[in-house]
Design a protein around this ligand. Sequence first.
Ligand SMILES: C[S@@+](CC[C@H](N)C(=O)[O-])C[C@H]1O[C@@H](n2cnc3c(N)ncnc32)[C@H](O)[C@@H]1O
Length: 570
Amino acid sequence: MPAGFPQMSQGNGSQSHGPPGTDGSSRQCARLKKVQIGLGAVAPVHHKKRVSKGVADRHEQMPKSKIPSISNKTAMASLQEFRLIYSSFKFLFQDQPTYRPDDYEALWVFRNRYSVKNYDGRRLVGRVPGVKVGDVFDSDAELHLTGLHRSQDSHVDYIVSKQEGRTKTYQAVSVVSAYGQHSHDDSNNLDHLLLHVGSVAGQLGGIEELALKQTSTSVRVIYRFVADHQAGGSQELTTCYVYAGLYLVERKDHGVDTFQLTRVPGQPRIDIQELTKERIAQPSSNGTFMADMSSGLEQFPVSAINLVSNEHPTSFLYISRIRYHHDPSDRPDPPSGCDCVGRCSESQDCACAVKNGGRIPFGDHGGIIEEKPLLYECGPSCKCPSTCHNRASQHRIKFRLQVFKTELMGWGVRSLDFIPGGSFVCEYLGELLDNEDAQKRENDEYLFVTGDNYFDVPRWEESRKTIPSLQNRRGGDEAKVFAVDALECGNLARFINHSCNPNLFTQNVLYDHQDIRMPHIMLFACGDIRPLQPLSLDYNYSIGKVHDSQGNIKKKKCFCRSSGCKGRLY
Ligand SMILES: C[S@@+](CC[C@H](N)C(=O)[O-])C[C@H]1O[C@@H](n2cnc3c(N)ncnc32)[C@H](O)[C@@H]1O
């Protein structure tokens, strides 16, 4: 291991984490296209999509266990992200007067590209966690997103609360009412709201009216208010929605069907007009959003979102393959391949299985079976197809990963999708440097040592014996050590932060060459990773052994906040 720069490196055995049933090692922590600051490529949305399909159309209640279930985080955090993305969309389309994404198109894009999957379209009854009385919304798409009011067609939203045979009982859950249209004692008194069926439910068909009649619990009331205001020298109309709180429904017969909604006492008093005025005066929230920092190099867009400040990620070159810095004559030769025509098998017939000690290290679904000092995947000279299960980590990312700004650790990475334990997540990419060049780098925050650890990790002792290429060698045999520097060029892996209890581990992998001094640094999931959990690695710094150029010990506080945090990064 080269001395002098505090490179991230693979575990020395002090940590134990890995795919289920194994003890993974972590490695710590690498440039061709300059990352564009701003939006990146966002394909226009051509089709109008309705948001509530399937489950939502059945008007089912959200199970209690799922609350709060809006994207697994609070409704308002989701809303903040949506607003930021929508304002970026508007900016993107500002030069196209004939095309403007509407709120629901933006919501559809948000959900499919930049929000967690399995959005639960079911209805909440009562209070929506995270939403306060007096919160103001810009569109009915926002009401949908937060779960305040999910119906896109009707001012009264409901659930089927009971079904016996063909007989259904309904319950209203939310009502959107035009402010000022119905009787209020005075403009600030929101205690009572009169809904005439002809003005609200009648135009919708009978179910909404039935739902109001059959409701025994409180419903959410949202006022729609159209404000007339000055904008850029001209008069404009802006529609806002204000959540007024919970109301009890009572039927009043005055010849025409009328419902009286009475505000549940004890809720804060609000002034709809004042709140709307404030929202119009301060329309945009803080933050930055970049739709795809990979500029199309990855299979999915790699978005970058900052809800903490107005800062963009500093620029670097996004690459999708390792970059060789050193002399081309020193580059490794491609390996010989296996002759398997169909599926590679665990037999002497598959040369790649033999290199792995007679095993294919990946399961049928591509998950790593066991962490080892070194794995051989099939490569360019192999006759097997690109779908061979022994090529798990050489393809591009399979999950929608997002770079996000953290409170204390700069930028980090999270997944919008569920990642099953053992899955390949991404490669740590950058410039491959030899020790000499690595020592010259002033900023070592993105340096990751590679190929030096086969003999350092005690728990690998047994599995090391099964790998032919590691036989008849000892630690320290290699004259030259290499590091990957992602400072100026790299991929999203350069943003993965350290944790003392990480959810990713690193795995040495060879497939396009056989030089064990410079394996690819592949990152796999230690266990199942839920959407929006920050991805983390153990950087494996030795505390008290990291020095600056003058030889002084460097100290850095660790902010991983995990159980068992050592308190210091180095
Ligand atoms: C490879 S970079 C990770 C991405 C970085 N957060 C960024 O914004 O570019 C490593 C640097 O991130 C910060 N970092 C990562 N994990 C940390 C942790 N657990 N505590 C404090 N700082 C951390 C440190 O500044 C470290 O030198």
